[in-house]
Design a binder for this molecule. Sequence first.
Ligand code: 4HQ
Length: 260
Amino acid sequence: MKMKFDILTLFPNMFSSPLQGSILGKAVEKGLIEIQTINIRDFTLEKHQVVDDAPYGGGQGMVMKVEPIARAIESVKSQNRSAWIIYLTPQGKPFHQDLARRLSTQLHLVLLCGRYEGVDERVRELFIDEEISIGDYVLTGGELAAMVLIDAVSRFIPGVLGSDRSAAEDSFFNSLLEYPQYTRPVDFRGSRVPEVLLSGNHSAIALWRRREAIRQTSLRRPDLLAKARLTEEDERLLEEVLQGKSIGDRGLRNADEGQK
Ligand code: 4HQ
């Protein structure tokens, strides 16, 4: 089934190039996803099309008015009552791979992009199903956050990544970082591709990659490693990593082990 994304924004133009390019553009062409931008300004009732106003109680900046947003959401909902309404905000639950996977099971996501100081609180109270943050930093609007979400969610839709790849196979799936990748040439200014990758020994290569994934994770994201479910072999590889074997050693050792 085709998945639909409706984006409610004051800046629909921002979405043209990122979503037309490359993989997402192909997914749209293949009919796997549909992305529509809806300009909140089109849902104002007065002639000056005002979408923001000063905050009650004073303070700096402007707040997005409830009425145009309410009318825009109601227009989307009138087409599909089961649409799931998301507001992108630093106050939302942190976005991560598991959340992307769960959202990919919805048929119709509506992404509300705030500007200025955000939306009138009654928008959240009355219309929002879920609030999501893409990270602890402040953007100029929710548009880039919506694009991040669409990109990560779309990768879970069968066919989007191409026939022989699935997002479920990504290393994040086992909460480890990816192993290092190499392509030609074998020698770049004296820096060589690990020998094991040239050996043609598939089990040795798989073992090397697993060990290097564990190494990268241990070095850069010990928090992820602590949460990962490691097999007994993984635990053994972690021991080797912690004993400080170098990437180069590893490659040669693995090739040797594999040949025994
Ligand atoms: N903003 N994750 C402020 C974000 C954001 C984030 C969106 C800026 C909402 C009102 N959204 N507007 N971080 O920084 O999702």
